[in-house]
Structures are given as structure tokens and as C-alpha cells.
Design a protein around this ligand. Sequence first.
Ligand SMILES: *Cc1c(COP(=O)(O)O)cnc(C)c1O
Length: 372
Amino acid sequence: MPETLVLALQQLTEAYVKVRQDKSFWQQLGELLSSYSGRPTPLYRARRLQAEVGGPEIWLKREDLNHTGSHKINNCLGQALLAQRLGKSTILAETGAGQHGVATATVCALLNMKCRVYMGAEDVRRQALNVSRMRLLGAEVVSVESGSRTLKDATNEAMRAWVGQVDEAHYILGSVVGPHPYPWMVRDFQAVIGHEIAERIVPRLVVACVGGGSNAAGAFAHFVPHKEVRLVGVEAGGHGMEAGQHCASLGLGRPGILHGALTYLLQDPSGQVADTHSISAGLDYPGVGPEHSSWLASGRVEYASVSDAQALDAFELLCRTEGIVPALESAHALAWYVREGPGQPEAGPWVLCLSGRGDKDVEEVLRLRGLA
Ligand SMILES: *Cc1c(COP(=O)(O)O)cnc(C)c1O
């Protein structure tokens, strides 16, 4: 990390250590999660999906039914409340497809905080609807012209901006990535997903897609000490395993440092961050949360990948069998179920984290299918 942020990160760590012990904080957060975002989200048994696949009993954790359409708001509400307690007036955030930007802008409107969102120019162009949503919600959207003009560059720029106004601003990172305390704090704020699953069911397996890894970390955290529960993270295999064609940081990366974290990283032979590709913008990141790297190293969590084509088929399958349009990100976890489930109908119950809804992806899917 830049020297200039070390002090801010230490202060944030100290503040979070205190808040973590403070019952009134979790109570305030819990009230907002339920009254504003609609938690607990349903755990839904997908019988027609199971019948079509011929796999184990499968339950969908409906994070798509959160306000703003994904799990992102769990983390945004937590960090914004923390920022309020720290007396910060301004929130900074990065965004790729715009889901985290919209969730952050929403929470800032709710809590009356100033909001500035950094977004790669390429993503600003591709995700025009989310840019308009953020602006309607009162956020300033800054188009980032450096590098590949996508998420990694937006993150660089947001961190640079934070250096310049660290006293009045808090930076809300959108996943379990970046420097300490973010991977720890974001995992805690997303852990509500796994706690709610455990209140309803004793699963034999939990599966989730992995971009930075926050919905997966949130779904897994409760179960990590329960060794009898299999945990599976699914990365974006893109067009295939050649360099630049995928985002399988855990499957094909090497240890390296990105945005202040030591983790598996896609890099070229000289250690420069590699190009990536995924059908799903939310999974398109060359690194991954460091705790996932640790779970891979210890063998506690299994990681796999599925291709763009498999995710696209799974997207359509869920629409047709259950009347649910999933995010293309979540469709990666579904595609793993479609591939691995058949032939073991007795292995359930399995739980799949349906991280978000797919309205944002409909246009892209039609384009890829040659229908628009
Ligand atoms: C952002 C996003 C993801 C990827 O982020 P993680 O931190 O890996 O969870 C997955 N699904 C949806 C719907 C998203 O918006």
C-alpha cells in the first residue's frame, strides 16, 4: 500500500476492532438489513431445476431478492454505518459492472452521505443504465481513463483519491479484497448469508461463484469449522485456460500482491498483472480475496471453474425451470451444479448462493445468442 494510506488503514482497523464488539452496532445494522433490504432472504428449494439436472436436492439462497438486486448491500450498509461512527462525511467506492456502485450510492442516499464512485471508462460505456441509476441516487460518477479502463483501474483511482482526502472520506471496498482490514471486515458483513442458511437447513455442500469472493466468503464463513460440509467456489473460466481468456486466479494464478493483499494472482512471467476475460463483469478481476487463497492452500474449500458457454446455458436453464433470472455471476455456480450434480441424487441437500438477479445481463445474453 502507499505509505500515505497506512495510517488510515490502521485507524480503520482499530475502529472496526471496537465496533465488532459493540452490540448496538450489530443491532443497528440488523435493523437496516431487515427493514430496508428485506432480510432474511428466502431459502428456496428448486425442485424443477433438480428434476431437469437429475442432481441432488438443491436450495437457492436468494440474495437476488435484496434491495438493489444482489448481496453487495450487506457490505455497503455495514461499512457506511462504520463510516458514520467515524464521523466521515464522504464515501468513495470503485465499481466494475456498477452493482457495487449502485448499492453504495443507495446507502449514501439513505444515510445522507456524499458519494463518489470511480468506474472504468469502458464500463461506463457498457453499463449506461447503472451510471444513470447512481446519478439519480445523488452520486458523482468519475470515469477512469487509465490502463484497461475497467475495475482494476477504477480501484487504483479510488485508492489514489482516498489518499487525498483521508480525513473526511471513507473508502467502501466492494469485495473481500484489498488491504487489511477489508477482507476481514467485508467477510464479516457478508457472513449473514451463511448464518441465515444454517438457521434453516443442515447442508452437505455450499457452492458460490468467486470474483473477489465476497458472496462466497459470506456463504462459507459459518460452515468453515464444520468440516463435514463441503464448500465449493466457482471461478470464471471464460473462453478457456489460455492467458488473458479467463479469471481463474485460484486455479491458474501464482502468489503475488495486488491492491495491498498477498494472494493468488493472474500475472505474466515478469509479474505484471495479466489481462482477464469473463462473460460476467462482476467476476472480471485478476486477483481474489486472500482468505480464499488460504482456504485453497489448507484444502478446506474446493475451487473449480466453468466456461462462459456453460454459464450462459445455466442462466437460461434457471429462467426456464424456475422463473428466476439469475445474474451471469451466479450462473457460474449454477453451471457447476449442472456439471457435477447428475448421478448423485442422494448427496443433498446442497445450497447454492444465488448472489444476484440478472436483469442487468438480459441485453448481453440476447446479443450473445444473436437475438438482439
Ligand atoms: C459483484 C458480484 C459478484 C462478484 O463479487 P464477489 O465479491 O465474488 O461476490 C457476484 N455476483 C453478483 C450478483 C455481483 O454483483
